[in-house]
Design a protein around this ligand. Structure first.
Ligand code: UD1
Ligand code: CA
Length: 453
């Protein structure tokens, strides 16, 4: 059985941040989330994550997804491995991956592991045009000899373009035995995991496996690399969808998260961000500037310049422009949500309409209901939130204030401008506003004869 260790205890000094490096987001998800997803997709065992200073933040963010072990203070990648091995079975192999390499694909992890014999060890290497910052692979007669870190490399070695990708499959027993031989006699005064590889290669089968697509191993040590990793992942995901029957009209400005699912013939306009675990059904059109996070959208929906968070939207619904669905909304099929409508924790039944300037919060709205312009569910009394229930076929006039808790029966009408505080029975009309009175001659008396007659 292969164990997995994720190294995430480093100080991340080059980020100059109070946030642990592995929590910095790549495409709106912490770097470490991408690493753990690759591990999980490759169907590996639940990983052991080595954490260091500020590790409690990492532990909190990924509680339940991994087992955590502390390396404090961090004394280098070799020391991190030593700490991890103390918590693993003494036999078998261990896959070691860095928490700061968010672009690995599960297939690559599997291919690499398949290439290493079960009685041996190996590392992933690749040729890059700019090797700066990476450990260089030193070979003799083609055979892997050792890795030399940038800071320890001679001018000649720095010219080597073949680098250590930082992904290893190691024989646990041999690693355990040889770790004690490592020292800190190097430019950084750290225990290098990379020094272990040279020793292992002398004693047992060792594979230096070449990675075809070098972008996968990109490490993030500073914010420039963080931005580059985001761009690379963004492009990879968009290319995937372009090859899978989705139209992305402006790939340069579009963000689609790694866990998003899109149906056939979905069309995505410029500047759209679809993130989290969002799903968009077949044929839906997501217009320019829309942001959808953790939401499920049905088929043939039309969304224009709107924000939808943590909600469910049915088939053929139209939303926007400029609508905001906050968390907890369930919008049934054929609903129309229009300009400047805000919904929160609200269910709205099929065929209902809320076209203009309204706020619907903590509401349960039936089918074929019409919500007039400016209507508001007054859900908050300063202390607690209350629910508004509106029956099928009801009609809420413009600028109505529905003071919750409130029940409006099926087929009932609320007159425009009403402030409704009591239940409205089915089929009845509620008028709750001052009756209009006209005061004759008022303006003339007030302003004199220059006022128009
Ligand atoms: C490391 C490799 C380098 C390789 C590169 C690939 C070493 C010595 N060098 O360099 O050969 O080309 O990765 O990306 O391993 N960490 C700990 N505890 C520590 C130190 C680091 O857990 O004490 C973690 C870090 O959080 C990070 C990973 O190990 O996730 C790698 O450490 P980092 O300092 O980024 O190593 P690099 O300089 O990138
Ligand atoms: Ca690194």
């Amino acid at each position: 059985m292969t164990a997995t260790v994720v190294l995430a205890a480093g100080d991340g000094k080059r980020m100059h941040s109070v946030l642990p490096k592995v929590l910095h987001p790549v495409l709106e998800q912490p770097m470490l989330a991408h690493v753990l997803r690759a591990v999980q997709t490759a169907e590996l065992e639940r990983p052991l994550v080595v954490i260091g200073r500020n590790g409690d933040q990492v532990q909190e963010a990924f509680a339940g997804q991994a087992t955590f072990v502390w390396q404090d203070p961090p004394r280098g990648t070799g020391d991190a491995l030593r700490v991890a091995l103390q918590h693993l079975p003494s036999e078998g192999q261990v896959l070691v991956i860095s928490g700061d390499t968010p672009l690995w694909r599960a297939e690559t992890l599997r291919d690499f592991m398949a290439a290493v014999p079960t009685n041996g060890s190996g590392l992933v290497c690749t040729e890059v045009t700019n090797p700066t910052g990476y450990g260089r692979i030193v070979r003799r007669d083609q055979r892997f000899l050792r890795v030399v870190e940038e800071q320890d490399a001679s001018a000649e070695q720095r010219k080597l373009k073949e680098v250590n990708a930082g992904l290893y499959l190691l024989d646990s027993a041999l690693a355990r035995k040889l770790l004690d031989e490592l020292d800190t006699a190097n430019a950084q005064g750290e225990v290098y995991l990379t020094d272990l590889l040279a020793l292992m290669a002398q004693q047992a089968p060792f594979v230096a496996w070449t990675l075809a697509d070098a972008t996968e191993m990109a490490g993030v040590n500073d914010r420039r690399q963080l931005a580059a990793a985001t761009t690379a992942l963004r492009q990879r995901i968009i290319n995937h969808w372009l090859e899978h029957s989705v139209s992305v009209l402006d790939p340069v400005t579009t963000w689609i998260g790694a866990e998003v699912e899109l149906g056939q013939d979905v069309v995505i306009g410029p500047g759209v961000r679809i993130l989290g675990k969002s799903r968009i059904g077949q044929g839906s059109r997501i217009g320019a500037g829309t942001e959808i996070v953790d939401a499920k959208i049905g088929a043939d929906a039309q969304i224009r310049q709107s924000v939808i968070e943590n909600s469910e939207v049915g088939d053929r619904v139209t939303i926007g422009p400029f609508a905001h669905l906050r968390p907890g909304c369930v919008v049934a099929a054929d609903v129309e949500i229009g300009n400047f409508a805000e919904l929160k924790n609200t269910r709205i039944g099929s065929g209902s309409k809320a076209h203009h300037h309204c706020y619907l919060g903590d509401a349960e709205i039936g089918q074929r209901v019409n919500i007039g312009a400016g209507a508001i569910t007054v859900n908050y009394d300063g202390i607690a939130k209350h629910q508004t229930v509106i029956g099928d076929g009801a009609f809420v006039g413009c600028n109505a204030n529905l003071i919750a808790p409130l029940l409006i029966g099926p087929g009932a009408y609320v007159a425009a401008g009403s402030t409704v505080t009591q239940e409205v029975p089915a089929q009845s009309l509620a008028v709750a506003r001052e009756r209009q009175r006209n005061i004759e001659g008022w303006a003339k008396r007030r302003f004199g004869s220059h006022k128009e007659e």
